[in-house]
Design a protein around this ligand. Structure first.
Ligand SMILES: Nc1nc2c(c(=O)[nH]1)N[C@H]1C(S)=C(S)[C@@H](COP(=O)(O)OP(=O)(O)OC[C@H]3O[C@@H](n4cnc5c(=O)[nH]c(N)nc54)[C@H](O)[C@@H]3O)O[C@H]1N2
Ligand SMILES: Nc1nc2c(c(=O)[nH]1)N[C@H]1C(S)=C(S)[C@@H](COP(=O)(O)OP(=O)(O)OC[C@H]3O[C@@H](n4cnc5c(=O)[nH]c(N)nc54)[C@H](O)[C@@H]3O)O[C@H]1N2
Ligand code: SF4
Ligand SMILES: [Mo]
Length: 736
């Protein structure tokens, strides 16, 4: 007799691009994850997705709540029941609020991996008066979304399917890294779309590009000003759209004239004729896109660089058109997280206490409030928390407040699906801040360095263990079914459950009335008169056909109703209302190299998966990339171990000599720690190779308007060292 294999559709959350995959259950476990059976989706899978059973069934997965018994960070625990953990957490949280106010607690998360939060974190915080929510999205698409809103009120999604030109500012999707975007770019190229890459290295995307501009790291804003100089002076812009819909074109023209190509060549290191050629190719394509890139999220001129991308889209007439960049607005069929968060419940007074509100306001409540009326008018709801990134506190300000009580003490941290210690700049200050907490709660699936610093560690569920309807946090209107395949192990549960149980213990039963995720999903889908089980029957996903040029009806969701080339909001906040280029700290005699973090590694998502043997074997140790000429100068060769030092700290990693690197540049990867050294190395080696140790958050390294740190081009030096202990353990992850 043959048994019928039952497969279900789940949205992978190992990385943040969310492929819908097929999973098979055997004996209560997920035994296999494979590609979708719909040919349109079947290429959207990478080897991290197929490794999901190794992750989800891993012997080291957290399965029961833990309470700290030793010193903080000592990694000694007792097992307690979920109920006891939640009771104690609620009591200790109340004590912090009584003593320091609700602004004395902070929450750090990224949201996408824990998936079922449904903004219950923000809802909880807004109801108790707590403004200090931070997230990894402050260094990713979240802050880009907030900055895009300054210019045209929303965060657009490229129309990859119809575009004729794709401009990649560093962004380098590969077969095993953001696979759906890699596939979309590949298909566009096969159709004949031009690909323009701006990258100091010969990246994978650069290898096949029509044009490759090898700019110096950190100079993207200057490059864009050069493009605009060509586009405006050669009249390659959409004059009709500009005159009807843009504010401040004359002021912008004057500003870009301060950036003649000679100057831009000098700043970026790219030949002026190539700059002009690329600008012309972009502006003259019938439908062109500049997809979101994390490279400009993490630079000293970040706000200007992101605004310049927005401005390029607008003046070339690529906003809300076929083959351009689409402004979707809120989903009409799924209640958005922005609404569930109840931002209107947080008082003006508490909003103004949000850390960063005064110094670096762009992604804080300060600007959200300034955009509220126009957002309501155009999109039908005042708070648009796009990609979760438009109502955030500034992470640096939060860690400083934790470490120094300036401007006030922050004494409790709840961290969910986020390796907080290693996921921002200045790891030493984060450590100091965490050591200074009265209460830390970590909701995790593995014992990370951050979880090791907690008072309570709660075991999380994973995407094969919960139902969900995945949206794109209002970036687009796509909805995807994600089905539970198996039950979570032992006492593991969702972050939705966590906030519900905490909310009820804090007197907020009325606002946390859904008993299950499915009830919550029914509520969210009620906008389109469906339940989760109706949606399950449809099985796949839905993406309503786009409507174009919607601004003709209500204008843009900015104070002027126009595309603000000249930002009235930045002017009101006393910042430069026009984009500019600011130079980051330059290499010196002592620190002669230009260091950048990133170049994501295929086998891992961010700080994760170093404990998953099938993935770690593909990339056992962290690598610093160096050009052969620099390697010769430093007298280092392939596989030598070196120390990379900056004014903030030093890390150790192995050299990889690469022709594709730009001379004078060093690449350091993000997020390395050594789970195999747990119990031997302090915090499982969290300070040995982590890029966050190197990155400063001193003022001269911060973008002015948002306060994001400069990860792309800071000064550093290298010197050879004897191989550290971790070089011997790298290949010997326990066979599990
Ligand atoms: N220094 C530095 N900081 C950075 C960056 C950088 O390059 N350098 N990059 C930035 C960028 S681009 C991003 S996107 C962010 C990423 O920040 P995060 O999204 O926080 O990234 P991860 O490091 O993967 O941490 C996620 C944690 O969630 C846990 N986890 C995974 N799935 C689940 C789940 O289902 N439930 C629960 N409870 N936990 C789960 C994982 O074990 C992991 O420890 O970091 C940003 N921060
Ligand atoms: N396998 C895997 N895939 C991932 C992730 C992962 O961790 N693992 N993370 C996901 C996430 S959250 C993100 S944010 C993305 C990030 O992925 P990408 O957008 O591809 O970013 P990176 O890989 O960090 O760097 C891409 C390129 O930027 C170049 N670069 C460095 N500095 C500069 C600069 O100053 N200017 C310009 N123009 N280019 C520069 C580098 O040489 C590199 O080739 O990847 C996503 N995909
Ligand atoms: S690209 Fe890979 S890790 Fe990311 S969602 Fe898709 S299958 Fe999962
Ligand atoms: Mo990211």
């Amino acid at each position: 007799m043959t048994t019928k294999v039952r497969s279900k559709y789940s949205v992978c959350t190992i990385c943040d691009i969310g492929c819908q995959l097929r999973g098979i259950e055997k004996d209560g476990h997920v035994s296999r994850i494979m590609a979708h059976d719909n040919p349109l989706l079947s290429k959207n899978i990478c080897y991290k997705g197929t490794a999901a059973p190794h992750i989800h069934n891993h012997v080291d997965r957290l399965r029961v709540p833990l309470k700290r018994v030793g010193e903080r960070g000592e990694d000694c625990w007792e097992e307690i029941s979920y109920k006891q953990a939640m009771n104690e957490i609620a009591e200790r949280l109340k004590a912090v609020i009584d003593r320091y106010g609700a602004e004395g607690i902070a929450v750090s998360t990224s949201g996408w991996n824990t998936q079922t939060t449904h903004s219950m974190d923000r809802r909880f915080m807004n109801l108790i008066g707590a403004p200090n929510w931070i997230s990894g999205v402050a260094l990713c698409a979240g802050n880009t979304a907030a900055v895009n809103r300054l210019t045209y009120g929303w965060f657009p999604m490229p129309d990859f399917g119809n575009t004729n030109c794709i401009v990649l500012f560093g962004h380098n999707p590969r077969k095993h890294s953001w696979t759906p975007i890699y596939n979309a770019i590949k298909s566009a190229r096969a159709r004949g779309a031009k690909i323009i890459v701006l990258d100091p290295r010969v990246s994978d995307q650069a290898q096949n590009a029509d044009l490759h501009l090898r700019l110096r790291a950190g100079t993207d804003a200057a490059m864009c000003l050069g493009w605009l100089n060509v586009i405006i002076n050669e009249q390659l812009y959409d004059a009709d759209f500009v005159s009807r819909w843009c504010l401040g074109f004359d002021e912008l023209s004057q500003r870009v004239n301060e950036y003649p190509l000679e100057r831009v060549e000098q700043i970026t290191g790219v030949d002026r004729s190539l700059i002009a050629q690329a600008a012309r190719a972009y502006a003259s394509s019938d439908g062109a896109v500049i997809p979101w890139t994390p490279i400009t999220d993490q630079q000293i001129s970040s706000t200007s660089a992101i605004r310049l991308h927005s401005i390029l889209r607008a003046v070339t007439g690529n906003l809300d058109v076929v083959g351009g960049e689409l402004l979707s607005g809120f989903s009409q069929s799924y209640i958005p997280e922005s609404e569930l968060a109840l931002h209107e419940m947080l008082s003006e007074e508490q909003k103004s206490k949000q850390l960063g509100y005064k110094d670096h306001p762009v992604f804080t409540y300060r600007v959200a409030e300034m955009l509220k009326e126009s957002t309501d008018k155009v999109w039908g709801y005042p708070y648009a928390d796009l990609v979760m990134g438009c109502h955030m506190a500034n992470p640096t300000n939060v860690f400083r407040a934790m470490a120094t009580a300036n401007p006030y003490p922050v004494k409790a941290l709840i961290t969910l699906g986020n390796n907080t210690l290693m996921s921002y700049a200045n790891q030493h200050q984060i450590m100091q801040g965490l050591m200074n907490q009265d209460l830390i709660v970590a909701h995790e699936i593995f014992m990370t360095p951050t979880a090791m610093l907690a008072d309570y560690v709660l075991p999380g569920d994973v995407f094969t263990e919960r139902n969900h309807v995945a949206d794109t946090w209002s970036w687009s209107n796509r909805l995807m079914l994600s089905q539970k395949i198996v039950e979570p192990p032992e006492q593991a549960s969702s972050t939705f459950q966590f906030w519900t149980d905490l909310g009820r213990r804090m007197g907020l039963e009325e606002y946390f009335s859904w008993d299950t995720i499915e009830e919550m999903l029914d509520y969210r889908l009620s906008r389109s008169k469906r339940t989760f089980s109706d949606f399950e029957k449809q099985r796949y996903m839905e993406l309503p056909p786009p409507k174009f040029r919607k601004y003709r009806k209500n204008g843009f969701a900015t104070p002027s109703g126009k595309v603000e080339l000249y930002s009235t909001i930045l002017a009101d906040l006393d910042f430069d209302p026009l984009p500019y280029y600011r130079e980051g700290p330059r290499p010196t005699k002592e620190y002669p190299y230009t260091v950048f973090t990133g170049v994501r590694e295929d086998p891992f998502f961010q700080t994760g998966q170093r404990n998953i043997r099938v993935l770690r074997d593909r990339c056992p140790v962290p690598k610093l990339f160096l050009h052969p000429i620099d390697a010769k100068r430093e007298d280092v060769s392939e596989d030598d171990w070196v120390c990379l030092e900056t004014s903030s700290g030093r890390v150790t990693a192995q050299i990889s000599v690469q022709e594709s690197m730009r001379e004078g540049h060093v690449r350091v990867p993000h997020g390395w720690w050594y789970p195999e050294t747990r119990g031997e190395e302090k915090l499982a080696g969290a300070f040995i190779s982590s890029d966050a140790v190197l990155c400063s958050d001193d003022d001269e390294f911060l973008d002015l308007e948002q306060g994001v740190p400069h990860f792309k081009g800071f000064p550093g030096r290298i010197f050879k060292v004897t191989p550290p202990v971790i070089s011997r353990t790298s290949k010997v992850l326990e066979k599990k």
